[in-house]
Design a protein around this ligand. Structure first.
Ligand code: NAD
Ligand code: DAU
Length: 339
């Protein structure tokens, strides 16, 4: 059994990853999470009683506390998901993004290295590569050209991870994945937001002309990819993960309306996101050639399954949409309407 410390395990991808590890039953998992608006222990209700699971509430910006937790628990491996993850929020205010994504990552790298962690898996994003034109794919050698405060802060964290490897010989690997969707995604991101709004008969706010392209991957496939890199990745290397499922936003939104049995009159074109990246698409041939990993779920299959999950878990998303979420929704969308 490996003692794995997962940061951000109460968030969307982190909770799916923790559940996957516990279902597999080969490792001990310590979930370290600050429980921000995006972190929710309800996401792990099915596995929280597992003897191989424990949770500690802590903020990765707090160096002293993080060092103490590493000394107490002595994890062998770290899988680092914790981050501020939503581009629109970083446009409204980048402060927390720099603090958590950049400073928090360095705090973790330092504590992990000092306490003898043998592998640090840094979960990053394809957004560090910037935006593509109509053709081409991001490879691991594409230049780093982040365009939003979110992606700039993730790029900063990637460079600190790279430096820990080159300067200190610390064993790190980085994954860069495309857009995830699936169960437990906070309904501020495109797919769960559009599903929830469609189910409530609310308008679906499409930014700009709706023709921006994302490469969608089911969260379970992403988690398998992170895990194969954790087990088999080479120290110091970067691995792209992608879904081979490029779709324009409008295609995604129309697919959701069809599943919900609603008409296109619910679509509302709103002012575009500032600095909106036009297209992301991933070349994941490195991880496929080296480890045989590839996504297993088609987008149509995954979208339908995800839609059903949100239908069946209405109480979950209605709860997380109450309170502070309402203020964010008003701040982000209030100014866009009529755009
Ligand atoms: P999320 O916003 O759903 O979850 C983030 C988690 O981190 C939450 O549980 C939150 O409580 C925790 N957290 C935030 N700040 C913290 C802090 N200071 N200390 C401790 N915990 C803190 O995010 P997600 O969508 O699950 O993304 C997870 C990771 O994967 C992020 O690093 C993100 O950049 C990366 N990623 C996401 C996607 C995607 O499509 N969602 C794609 C590629 C990469
Ligand atoms: O590519 C990986 C990244 O994908 C991750 O690193 C980020 O953490 C994750 O949030 C995601 O970023 P995006 O900005 O691509 O995802 P989002 O769901 O916010 O938006 C997807 C597309 O949909 C994007 O082109 C903007 C558009 N959009 C989004 C929202 C929330 C709309 O048109 N309307 C909306 O209301």
């Amino acid at each position: 059994m490996t003692r794995i410390l997962v940061t951000g395990g109460a968030g969307f991808i982190g909770s799916n990853y923790v559940r996957m590890l516990l279902e597999r039953g080969e490792d001990e998992v310590l979930n370290l999470d600050a429980l921000t608006y995006a972190g929710n222990l309800e996401n792990l209700a099915e596995v929280e009683d597992s003897p191989a699971y424990s949770f500690v509430k802590a903020d990765i910006r707090d160096a002293e506390r993080i060092q103490a937790i590493f000394e107490q628990h002595r994890p062998e491996v770290v899988v680092h998901f914790a981050a501020e993850s939503h581009v629109d929020r970083s446009v409204l205010d980048a402060t927390e993004f720099v603090q958590t994504n950049v400073v928090g990552t360095q705090v973790l790298l330092d504590a992990a290295r000092r306490t003898g962690v043998t592998r640090f898996v840094h979960v990053s994003t394809d957004e560090v590569y910037g935006s593509l034109g109509d053709t081409g794919l991001f490879t691991e050698d594409s230049p780093l050209q982040p365009n939003s405060p979110y992606s700039a802060s993730k790029t900063g964290s990637d460079l600190l991870v790279r430096a820990a490897y080159h300067t200190h010989g610390f064993d790190t690997v980085i994954t860069r994945c495309s857009n995830n969707y699936g169960p437990y995604q906070f309904p501020e991101k495109l797919i769960p937001l559009m599903i929830a709004n469609a189910l409530e008969g609310k308008k679906l706010p499409v930014y700009g002309d709706g023709k921006n392209v994302r490469d969608w991957i089911h969260v379970r496939d992403h988690c398998e990819g992170v895990d194969v890199v954790r087990r088999r990745g080479q120290a110091g290397e970067v691995y792209n993960l992608g879904g081979n499922s490029e779709r324009q936003n409008l295609q995604v939104v129309r697919g959701i309306l069809e599943l919900a049995g609603k008409g296109e009159e619910l679509i509302e074109y709103v002012t575009d996101r500032p600095g909106h990246d036009r297209r992301y698409a991933i070349d994941a041939s490195k991880v496929q050639a080296e480890f045989g990993w590839e996504p297993t779920m088609t987008f149509e299959q995954g979208l339908e399954e995800t839609f059903r999950w949100y239908v069946d878990h209405r109480d979950w998303w209605e709860r997380v949409r109450s309170g502070a979420y309402q203020d964010y929704y008003a701040r982000n969308y209030g100014a866009r309407l009529g755009g």
